[in-house]
Ligand binder design. Structure first.
Ligand SMILES: [Zn+2]
Ligand SMILES: [Zn+2]
Length: 172
């Protein structure tokens, strides 16, 4: 068998994905591996493009979630402040804050699920448990989720840049 890129080099090694011949040089250039074995340039490109698509979707979904969480975070605080200032109601303002944060979380969950089109055929009980979980837990921890999403997007941005470098190298 000959290397698929260097047709004069004989080899016994192959691309783990598609089976074309790989010489030592081509083998050493691989970026992605399957079963810890090298891939040809075309299969490397496939994985780099696949990663680019996954990272981009995740990044944009996070971005959308960050916007929704920020809006509900600020609206919640605003409503809380208004209740405190005009109604002097003590505990009610905190309840108002959490209700708005909870609603924001549900909206966020709903919109981001549509975006990923994650229809994994959940049953109705799971859906309700999820909804309650999202409402109460996220209502309590909305600032934590916000920070988590911002950090996650920072990491994703770095991954996207690195993956773009890989794509550039593979296309060269
Ligand atoms: Zn291949
Ligand atoms: Zn080669």
């Amino acid at each position: 068998m000959y290397c698929y890129e260097h047709e004069d080099i004989e080899t016994t090694k192959t691309c783990e994905e598609c089976g074309v011949g790989l010489c030592n040089e081509c083998e050493s250039k691989t970026i992605f591996k399957t079963n810890k074995k090298a891939l040809c340039r075309r299969c490397n490109l496939f994985w780099a493009n696949d990663n680019a698509r996954i990272f981009k979707t995740k990044y944009e979904t996070n971005k959308l979630a960050i916007i929704i969480y920020t809006v509900s975070f600020l609206t919640g605080i605003l409503v809380c402040a208004i209740i405190e200032l005009f109604f002097l109601s003590g505990m009610n303002s905190v309840i108002g804050l959490f209700i708005i944060w909870g609603i924001g979380s549900l909206i966020c969950e709903y919109i981001t699920k549509i975006k990923i089109s994650d229809n994994t055929g959940e049953n109705i009980v799971n859906k309700i448990i999820n909804m309650i979980f999202n409402f109460f837990i996220r209502a309590l921890f909305i600032p934590v989720f916000l920070i988590f999403l911002i950090l996650d997007n920072k990491r994703l941005k770095k991954e996207i840049t690195e993956n773009n470098e890989i794509l550039k190298k593979l296309n060269a």
